[in-house]
Design a protein around this ligand. Structure first.
Ligand SMILES: Nc1nc2c(ncn2[C@@H]2O[C@H](COP(=O)(O)OP(=O)(O)O)[C@@H](O)[C@H]2O)c(=O)[nH]1
Ligand SMILES: [Mg+2]
Length: 347
């Protein structure tokens, strides 16, 4: 079996820290203590991203990519030791959602299609702006401290709308909805703003978690599995202190395996003759195998072709389960991560 492909889409204001996160993620997920390592599929992408990271650490200068296209697409590969390619990650940094260039976005159709097939969507929030909003609320004086104003400044109104439309369409097509990562970038700025109010790091992050819940309620509702991750390269001018770059990728990967096993289970149940097939089952089967083979109702016997499809699906499921079992130790890396399922803390 070829390695499965996981699709990740990052949505955020331009300047919110998407590119910085992408390069920091690659640098942090390189070969480390465990056998897993991330690399790029393309030679040039690897050089481009890691050079930018070295420059950032050495000089404090953030990368200025001149490429202004709407989509920046990378393929990452997760390998385990020398033995195998575990998964390919198809990663899109969408430079949309900026307040002023939204109208100019020509590629929203491509983004919509992309969202509908994403396994994980990263909503990128600028931690400095978020901290500023929390500060205004605490001050209690500013008229700016409204939810609408924060949504506007963080670029969320637009992002939420795009995402909610995609989620609705995915559910009606019987697809599984993506896991969500709320990336609070520039967390050094968040800490700095709230330190002025006497908040230590922990209580600043607690305030931010509460603020994120108000801003993105759907990410904490029934059916959602969401990681909130605070990420920073450190304060400009100070020695770099990268933090928070590992959890999102691991969360996405582990969620993907978990959900893919569950989907395969459903496909198998619907494909075998053991139970009455519903319209939902048929939609699932049509998407997987093409229409026509499977009919509604319960059949005593499967055709030879159906049996072959079921066998392939079983093999696929066994392989996914094996990957999930082997990756279980990566869960330890997520200890202490802010993960919410159906709005409740926990995985
Ligand atoms: N203080 C601080 N600034 C950051 C951090 N990450 C990014 N920035 C700033 O945000 C700018 C935009 O980041 P970038 O990753 O290019 O955003 P993108 O447009 O979403 O890809 C950078 O040029 C930095 O000035 C961080 O961790 N801390
Ligand atoms: Mg960028």
């Amino acid at each position: 079996m070829t390695a499965p492909t996981v699709k990740v889409t990052m949505l955020g204001h331009s300047g919110s820290g998407k590119t910085t996160f992408t390069i920091g993620m690659l640098a942090s997920m390189g070969p480390g203590e465990d056998d897993y390592a991330v690399s790029t599929r393309d030679w040039d992408h690897g050089m481009e991203l890691l050079d930018a990271w070295s420059r950032l650490l050495e000089t404090g200068k953030f990368p200025k990519f001149t490429d202004m296209s709407e989509f920046k697409e990378y393929a990452f590969v997760l390998q385990r030791g020398l033995a195998e390619t575990v998964v390919t990650v198809d990663w899109v940094d969408y430079r949309g959602g900026a307040l002023n260039d939204r109208a100019a976005a020509t590629d929203t159709a491509a983004l919509r299609a992309r969202l509908e097939e994403s396994d994980s969507v990263y909503i990128v929030l600028d931690g400095g702006i978020l901290g500023g909003w929390i500060d205004e609320i605490a001050a209690g004086t500013s008229k700016e401290a409204t939810l609408a104003s924060a949504r506007h400044r963080l670029g969320i109104a637009w992002t939420s709308n795009m995402l909610l439309t995609a989620l609705d369409r995915m559910r009606s097509a019987g697809r599984r909805v993506p896991s969500l990562v709320v990336l609070v970038t520039k967390s050094d700025q968040l800490h700095e703003v709230l330190a002025k109010r006497g908040a230590d790091k922990k209580s600043a992050e607690l305030s931010a978690l509460n603020a994120v819940r108000r801003l993105l309620p759907f990410a904490f509702s029934g059916g959602a599995c969401t990681l909130i991750d605070f990420v920073s390269v450190g304060r400009p001018g100070a020695p770099p202190q990268p933090s928070g770059f590992k959890p999102p990728f691991l969360f996405t990967f582990l969620r993907y395996l978990h959900d893919a096993v569950a989907t395969e289970e459903r496909v198998l149940q619907a494909a075998t003759a053991k139970h009455e097939r519903t319209a939902g089952d048929l939609a699932l089967l049509a998407r997987r195998f093409g229409g026509g083979f499977f009919q509604s109702g319960k059949r005593d016997k499967l055709t030879a072709l159906q049996q072959q499809l079921v066998a392939e699906s079983s093999a696929h499921k066994a392989r996914l389960e094996q990957l999930a079992a082997e990756a279980a130790k990566l869960e330890a890396e997520l200890a202490g991560a802010h993960i919410f399922r159906n709005g409740d803390p926990g995985r």
